[in-house]
Design a protein around this ligand. Structure first.
Ligand code: PRX
Length: 658
């Protein structure tokens, strides 16, 4: 019998899913763990085209951080994502671009994509980019972003895409860390009717990057007032016009670097998570095929931004490797109104739709009316990514968007894993709202005791989520900092890849993700480190100390709350606003704190360590000033306060937060 909160995978008339049953999945999963060489060797031959086959499938391990897949093999990622489909189906649509302006779209065939990628690869060569060089990409959601990425892969350059919502300082730091000599950007971006001044921001960043030789500027809006300084700056459209629409793809070794993507950790500056050619592409293609049940002719709609890993794997590399149509959406779900997604699904006959719980929650709040008039009958699979999805949002997605006939895939993964690692599969997995369910092929999940590191066997256990053996799309290093790679992922629990998340395995063996165990806050699916926000705040001349915590938020999952002490007394709204602005300038608008509270003191232990646990509970309103007169209630809610150096600080904080 089926429990009421379990949903059987739906079937669609005339459609057969790639995998037909839970038993078949279990058999395949078992094989992928017991015999990864055979399983992934076969999958690699099926899904990828090689200029030279590999001699070994899997080598290296977590302990030495020398994981390698498909050694001896050679392939080219742009060939796999473009040429082979352009040769077979030149007129098939590769990219549908849905522009910010409602009603504006473009359809790019595989033939056109190949020509544009080749022309742009030739532009890169003209400007001296060679195999192994790093190239920074700071572009809005235009097809040219995919072109720029694919052109890099064509000539073996390593791209570092920086989300166009990052500030000048964040862009500068990333360009410097990766030592990029070329930046690709746009005059301006458009989002929800607003203009983003990308070139202006890029110029500010470049003031601190003396090694950048050239900036290739794509004209998105054509605003003549955009700053442009020749000969450093060149226009994309002028440069490609002179280039031949063919450029031979460079054969790359399986383990050559493909791209890096910066992500936040609990300490220090963002790290350049590095992915390599074959393993990454196989992970992206295999998950696209099985998790979204992609078939020829499908129109895949991932609403993420190419500046994040979701955009890399599920807008560009995964769907294009499979030769289907991918949608690039430049706008926001509420522009010009809350029907934007659904108009688009019907217009382009989208078959798989993939977005973040934040968007689902925001739309759910606006009611069913904006969804009701649309047919949405092309949809088969609805995906969720980036943060835990609460059952209410899951059910709304399932009932109102999916009309109870679509599979919901709550996909758990990370920038580091490159592709999904825990997720339901269409045709296979009975789903439970809020659970990412079962591991993907090759993922050997372990739940560890956080203190002892011992594996918690069996079901009904909660602990640290880890992976027991390497899988193809796992990151191979942190750019220029292998020590940090080992320390962050491989050393915390010897012999395992440490995800940084907590998880529960329930009585049916289903995995539930409980969120980050480190000081990383997840705001609207964006990973933000408290240390980075604190570092931004203390750069303000008035700020002495800062402590940042995440609090629950109805729409964005979590929100940022900052506690700051000042160098000299004085407070007021204007300073709080200035401190909020400080975070926007140093990181970007997506990291805007919900609140900055100026306090006289922070709760510290006698050794000076900030007790964030207390701040988290106060900011989360788990305890309020009303509780203060009842010492028992304070102790029950805040836990042991005996290590506090200055016990009076609790009352002060409660008053300030009231
Ligand atoms: O905490 C987990 C959360 O997002 C983190 C990874 O963030 P990032 O590297 O930016 O990649 C986002 C896109 C995959 C994870 O450590 N996370 C991601 N997906 C889920 C999730 N938490 C719960 N459920 C998910 N489906």
């Amino acid at each position: 019998m089926t429990a009421p909160n379990v949903f059987q995978p739906p079937t669609h008339e005339g459609h057969t899913t790639h995998i037909g049953s839970l038993d078949e999945y279990r058999r395949m999963h078992r094989e992928s763990i017991d015999n990864p060489e055979q399983f992934f060797g076969k999958l690699g031959r099926e899904l990828l085209s090689w200029s030279k086959p590999s001699t070994t499938v899997k080598s290296g391990g977590f302990h030495d951080g020398d994981i390698a897949w498909f050694l001896g093999g050679e392939l080219n990622v742009s060939y796999n994502c473009v040429d082979r489909h352009a040769a077979e189906n030149p007129d098939r649509v590769a990219i549908i671009w849905e522009a910010d302006e409602p009603g504006h779209d473009e359809r790019w065939t595989y033939r056109k994509l190949q020509q544009e990628v080749c022309r742009f690869a030739n532009v890169l060569l003209k400007f001296g980019v060679r195999k192994g060089d790093t190239v920074a990409i700071y572009l809005p959601m235009v097809p040219e972003a995919a072109v720029a990425m694919l052109a890099c892969t064509r000539i073996g350059a390593i791209h570092s895409t920086v989300f166009a919502g990052f500030s000048a300082e964040a862009l500068r730091d990333r360009i410097l860390d990766a030592d990029c000599r070329i930046l690709i950007t746009a005059d301006q971006g458009k989002r929800g009717g607003k203009t983003v001044h990308l070139k202006q921001i890029a110029d500010e960043a470049l003031a601190g990057c003396p090694h950048v030789r050239n900036v290739i500027v794509f004209q998105r809006t054509g605003d003549m007032a955009v700053p442009f300084s020749a000969p450093r700056d060149v226009w994309w459209h002028e440069e490609v016009a002179d280039q031949r629409p063919y450029c031979p793809p460079v054969p790359m070794n399986s383990e050559d670097p493909l791209f890096m993507l910066y992500t936040s950790g609990s300490t220090g500056k963002p790290k350049g998570v590095l992915h390599t050619q074959a393993g990454y592409l196989l992970g992206a293609a295999a998950t696209c095929k099985y998790v979204f049940d992609i078939h020829p002719g499908d129109v895949f709609g991932c609403m993420a931004d190419v500046g994040w890993i979701t955009g890399h794997s599920y807008i560009v590399y995964g769907p294009l490797a499979l030769g289907v149509t991918t949608v690039m959406f430049e706008s926001v779900p509420t522009y010009p109104n809350a029907s934007r997604y659904w108009v688009m699904v019907d217009k382009h006959r989208i078959t798989q739709f993939y977005t973040a719980p934040t968007a689902i929650r925001a739309l759910r709040r606006l009611g069913d009316e904006p969804v009701a008039p649309y047919k949405l009958d092309s949809l088969r699979v609805l995906g969720s990514v980036g943060e835990p999805i609460n059952p209410e949002a899951w059910l709304w997605y399932h009932d109102v968007v999916g009309r109870k006939r679509c599979m919901i895939v709550d996909t758990y993964w990370q920038t580091e894993t490159g592709s999904h690692i825990i997720t339901p599969l269409p045709g296979v997995t009975p789903t439970k709202p809020g659970s990412a369910t079962l591991p993907f092929f090759g993922i050997d999940v372990a739940i560890l005791d956080p203190e002892t590191g011992r594996e918690l066997e069996g079901n009904d256990v909660t602990g640290v989520l880890a992976v027991r053996q390497p899988f193809p799309s796992l990151t191979r290093t942190v750019y220029n900092n292998h020590r940090r790679y080992l320390d962050t992922y491989m050393r915390p629990y010897n012999g395992y890849y440490f995800t940084g998340d907590g998880a529960t395995r329930d009585s049916d063996g289903y995995i539930w993700i409980n969120g980050r165990l480190d000081d990383v806050i997840n705001v609207a699916g964006h990973r933000i480190s408290t240390a980075e926000v604190e570092a931004a705040l203390i750069l303000h001349p008035a700020c002495a100390e800062a402590a940042v915590v995440g609090v629950a938020h109805d729409v964005t999952g979590q929100a940022i709350v900052c506690f700051c002490t000042l160098k000299s007394h004085g407070a007021g709204d204007s300073l709080e606003k200035a401190l909020i602005g400080q975070v926007r300038t140093h990181i970007g608008p997506f990291a805007t704190p919900q609140r900055v509270v100026i306090v006289h003191d922070l709760p510290k232990t006698r050794s000076g360590k900030i007790m964030r646990r207390i701040l988290r509970k106060i900011a989360g309103k788990e305890v309020t000033i009303k509780d203060y007169d009842e010492p028992e209630s304070i102790a029950a809610k805040l836990g042991d306060l005996s290590t506090l150096a200055e016990p009076g600080v609790v009352k002060h904080l409660l008053e300030r937060f009231a």
